[in-house]
Design a protein around this ligand. Structure first.
Ligand SMILES: *[C@@H]1O[C@H](CO)[C@@H](O)[C@H](O)[C@H]1NC(C)=O
Ligand SMILES: *[C@@H]1O[C@H](CO)[C@@H](O)[C@H](O)[C@H]1NC(C)=O
Ligand SMILES: *[C@@H]1O[C@H](CO)[C@@H](O)[C@H](O)[C@H]1NC(C)=O
Length: 457
């Protein structure tokens, strides 16, 4: 698209793409094994972004160990200045057991907390979630001494009184949000006895205590389908964003028997909810509150419209831009194909890019294919190319970085993904370990003038 870029006195006219992708590192082919300087292909790894050091922490995830024999890992990696380093190989007896689809959040310069997830059940191989796969343990990783602690051990080292309060039930693939320097909140996920949960808990990073929200306590356990309530239905695999004290939750899967490996259309949803942390209330915003297999409504690329609606899905990637608006990429669900979509058909891995305006509540399709199952187009490593884009996928690791651009007198924010399960360069399906940068800074919705709010922490 034609855009006008103003640098001081020069009014330059340049053809730019609104959004663009750059392949930064990792392999273009799926199922790459771990090496000493990069994690192998994996999906559903736990991650936390340490903003003060511009570092990303990654724990575990699901990896291939043989022909169609996935297993979960417990290694800990740090990504900073474009380099991976292995911090803990998971062999020591004090490391947490391997897992995928856990929650993690931290306090800059101090520690991060890891909760729950799905552990290893070699028989089930993720085809179903058995009670023994569900983890309900809380772990702390100390950043000063690079050491894992159980919550109880850590409370002791901090000199805090041992708190043996209530803790969330074991679970995996729950929604979670990090309130920087303050709390980690979780919602729902796969639970015991082949159920889905819909409870909301918050772990306080200062007092090291879990607490269930008062509203959540008041919602009956058996309200599997609570469409009459101003409260989200129990689910797994939601996409989440946090904007100040506003916790957004979108889509996911509301069918307890559609386990992650079944990869079926049934149970995916596309409703957007907003949780107010101060008032402990949920507000339903828009989108289907029921399982949905209708094609996504893409509309015109780059144009916001009340008719636009991303196809229902689970486990998309998500970022927040400098204006507090939401971005979403890929996931596992419905594309725009008009063929009759039956609930018994396989869902599709997606690579579409969406923007949601948190003021007007409108979706905009920003780019990426309307059709699922796209292979990656890589170009040269580290080189921006207008046709490059990651292959369709779900469950990647997501983070961002911010720099102040003196010339433009504005903050530029860059979005990143690592891995996930999806399509590689050749269209083969597998566990990925590619790192991509996603640049939205030239998009009209981001380009509009905004006062510089300081580095985003
Ligand atoms: C914490 O409380 C649980 C449940 O009441 C109990 O089973 C457990 O032994 C307690 N742990 C400690 C270390 O006191
Ligand atoms: C597990 O679910 C089944 C089927 O809904 C039910 O009959 C059984 O009582 C449940 N078991 C427990 C321990 O909740
Ligand atoms: C959240 O709730 C508080 C307390 O009721 C209220 O003051 C605030 O405006 C709410 N925030 C949003 C974004 O609605």
């Amino acid at each position: 698209m034609l855009s006008y870029i103003i640098f001081g006195l020069c009014t330059c006219v340049a053809y730019t793409q609104d959004i663009s992708w750059t392949w930064l590192s990792g392999k273009a082919v799926a199922n790459e094994p771990v090496s000493k300087d990069q994690p192998g292909g994996r999906s559903g790894a736990a991650f936390w972004q340490q903003k003060d050091k511009q570092a990303l922490w990654l724990f575990g995830g699901e990896t291939p160990v043989g022909h169609d024999q996935p297993s979960v890992k417990n290694d800990l990696w740090r990504f900073s200045h474009g380099q991976w380093s292995l911090v803990n190989d998971g062999q020591s007896p004090d490391a947490p057991p391997g897992r995928q689809l856990a929650a993690a959040c931290g306090l800059d310069d101090s520690f991060f907390v890891l909760f729950g997830g799905l552990g290893n059940n070699p028989q089930a191989q993720g085809e179903k979630v058995e009670d023994q796969d569900l983890l309900g343990d809380t772990w702390i990783f100390g950043l000063e001494n690079n050491k894992w602690y159980t919550l109880e051990e850590f409370q002791k080292t901090e000199g805090a009184a041992f708190v043996n309060g209530s803790v969330p039930e074991a679970r995996g693939d729950m929604a979670f949000w990090c309130q920087p320097g303050d709390t980690m909140s979780i919602f729902g996920g796969f639970g015991k006895n082949k159920t889905l949960y819909h409870d909301l808990w918050t772990f306080d990073l200062k007092t090291l205590k879990w607490e269930e929200s008062t509203l959540s306590v008041s919602i009956p356990d058996n309200s599997k389908f609570a469409s009459h309530l101003e409260y989200p239905t129990a689910r797994s695999g939601s996409t989440t964003w946090i904007v100040g004290k506003r916790l957004f939750l979108w889509g996911g899967n509301i069918l307890p028997t559609n386990f992650r490996k079944k990869h079926l259309m049934i149970g995916n949803t596309g409703d957007l909810w907003e949780y107010n942390q101060t008032s402990d209330t949920w507000a339903y915003r828009l989108g289907p509150r029921i399982a949905c297999t209708t094609p996504g409504k893409y509309g015109e690329q780059g144009t916001a419209d009340a008719e636009n609606m991303p196809g229902c899905r689970r486990r998309a990637a998500a970022w927040v831009d400098i204006h507090g608006n939401l971005w979403m990429f890929g996931g596992d669900g419905v594309d725009d194909s008009q063929e009759s979509v039956s609930v018994f058909k396989h869902s599709k891995l997606l690579s579409d890019v969406w923007h949601f305006d948190t003021v007007t509540f409108l979706w905009t399709w920003k780019g990426g294919s309307q059709q699922g199952e796209q292979k990656g187009v890589f170009g040269d490593i580290g080189q921006h190319s207008s046709d490059a884009h990651p292959g369709s996928r779900c469950e990647p690791v997501v983070w961002d970085s911010s720099v102040y651009n003196d010339e433009e007198r504005r903050e530029r924010k860059y979005f990143y993904i690592f891995g996930g399960v999806g399509h590689d360069l050749n269209g083969h399906d597998g566990y990925l370990n590619d790192v991509w940068m996603f640049d939205t800074n030239m998009d009209t919705s981001v380009l509009r003038n905004a006062p510089y709010a300081g580095p985003s922490i």
